[in-house]
Design a protein around this ligand. Structure first.
Ligand code: 13P
Length: 283
């Protein structure tokens, strides 16, 4: 059974830990991530971008895969299936209709008032289905699903105005993190992060989890981050393991063996991240 993110993130806020959001790409990744999180009893957010939805065959395919794996593998932890960076009201609606339990509406490419208008429309729709809603103010930088954005830092007054006007459950403020690999050191604005968290008292989300060192992640959690999004790091860990396997055995051609060769490394990275975030044994 899927759950929305409210209970897990509000618990993380009260108890000062963070729930991981891992992006999936296919059936196998979904299984590896579910099994790894279940083995250490961590609540889990499975994030799926619109690009990944398209790649996997559509919203209902993704939702069926996740739900079926939870059932077949007897997964006991709470799992939220979350649309990552939904770009429109229609894509959020499609995800909800297909059985996703949570959505992010990312209308941050529009101006502030339009972002409020679109986000509010999604919140109103999701209310009827008990679906949690995350939204972004400012721009998280970097590249996601092939789209490039530069960083636009969120201010506290914007964050407060946006949350009050829209009624979202969780806010992803842009405070210096980027999607994908950093060019240089990430420069996170912890002061504003803390200020936004204290002003709003709702769980905050940090995008661009790859490349932020452990100490900065711990500090972000102490400043109110309750959900950390991780995508690229798992892709790198998995593909390095697969590349090594293929280099060692030039005769292998069974796709199951090839995809599986990244399983141990992927699971190890998932468990290490869960331990760092403090979500182990919180399910
Ligand atoms: P990374 O690819 O940098 O880990 O970011 C993931 C993310 O924020 C997904 O929304």
């Amino acid at each position: 059974m899927l759950v929305n993110m409210r209970k897990m993130l509000n618990d993380a806020l009260i108890n000062h830990y963070c729930v991981p959001h891992f992006n999936i790409n296919n059936l196998e990744w979904t299984r590896f991530i579910l099994e790894a999180a279940d083995s250490v009893h961590s609540p889990l957010i499975i994030g799926v971008s619109e690009g990944a939805v398209k790649y996997m065959g559509g919203y209902t395919v993704v939702s069926s895969i996740v739900k079926s794996l939870i059932k077949e593998l007897d997964i006991k932890i709470p799992v939220a299936l979350h649309l990552d960076h939904g770009s429109s009201y229609d894509s959020c609606k499609e995800a909800v209709k297909a059985g996703f339990s949570s959505v992010m509406i990312d209308a941050s490419m529009h101006d502030f008032e339009d972002n409020i208008y679109i986000t509010k429309k999604v919140v109103n729709y999701c209310k009827h289905y008990n679906i949690s809603v995350e939204a972004e103010v400012g721009h998280v930088g970097g590249t996601e699903d092939g789209k490039e954005k530069s960083i636009l830092y969120t201010t506290t007054s914007e964050a407060v105005k946006f949350v009050n006007a829209t009624g979202i459950d969780f806010l992803a403020p842009a405070l210096g993190s980027v999607h994908g690999l950093y060019k240089g050191e990430p420069k996170l604005n912890f002061e504003t992060m803390k200020e936004i968290s204290e002003s709003l008292n709702i769980p905050l989300v940090l995008h661009g989890g790859t490349g932020i060192d452990d100490e900065k992640i711990r500090k972000a959690i102490s400043c109110g981050i309750c959900k950390l999004n991780i995508n690229t790091e798992l892709q790198i860990v998995w593909s390095n393991a697969v590349r090594k396997f293929l280099d060692q055995d030039k005769s292998v051609y069974d796709p199951r063996k090839i995809i599986k060769s990244g399983e141990a490394a992927l699971k190890e990275a998932v468990i290490a991240k869960i331990k760092l975030l403090g979500s182990e044994n919180r399910s």
